[in-house]
Design a protein. Sequence first.
Length: 292
Amino acid sequence: MIPLSAALEMVVPAAARAETAAQRILADVTLMKTIGAVFAVLLAYAGMFLIERLTGWLSEKVARRYRLLIKQSVPFLKGLILIVTVSYLLDQFLNLTQNNLLALTGTLAVALGFAFKDYVSSILAGVVSLFEGSYQVGDRVRIGDHYGEVVGYGLRSLQLVTPDDNTITIPHNLLWTDPISNANSGKLEAQVATDVYFDHRVDVDLVVDILYQAAYSSQYTQLRLPILVVMEEHLWGTQFRLRCYPMDARDEFVYRTDLLKRAKRAFAHHGLSYPHPQLALLDPAGPLPAEG
């Protein structure tokens, strides 16, 4: 059995060694360092705020083809500010030798892994998406049941504006589990699908010709990209789908409305017959799935 005095002699040096190790990792905290740290954090927040405002303003002033390029630089600029700020704070309050850095990294990894598992997962997913390009600011994406334009890219989440002008915050960690549909993938144009339905006896060539004319005559159409009409047969009638691109993906719904207005005026002029709604109940397959 170990005597009490010997046990105390073993405990006291161990506590002293732990205290010395902590002192080696932590640097001296002074008033000037504290003021400098507060100023650095405030400057970082101000910088990120100015970047958001300035890029938003500048993207609307430059030529249309440069708008998305400017908006897509926001996450990188904000990440750069964050890295510089964190590096400055660590340098001020920690003695970052090689051994101390390894010890600190391991401790933080374990602590954050248990306490902020979902938060850290969202941050990692955001970093991965930043380099993979799964979605960027200005893209029109569908994540789960939500569809809209990506207007903000934060450390933990993205902000999506829906067609009804609702802003939805979605954590990046959905990247691990949910499929993400991207309509334009960093490009200015995104395909718009417009559906019309007619009776089986309709003049197919006439309908296709009217749809092509509607697309080619619209002021929103990007004529450099393909225009296509596809058909699908149902028990109750024929479905026609016009696939074409607006010059700016933000005009998606205005563009679809313009196409329908032009096409329906021509349909009414030629007296084309629409399918009987009662027959639609006989078709279990239904029409082609709608696309955003």
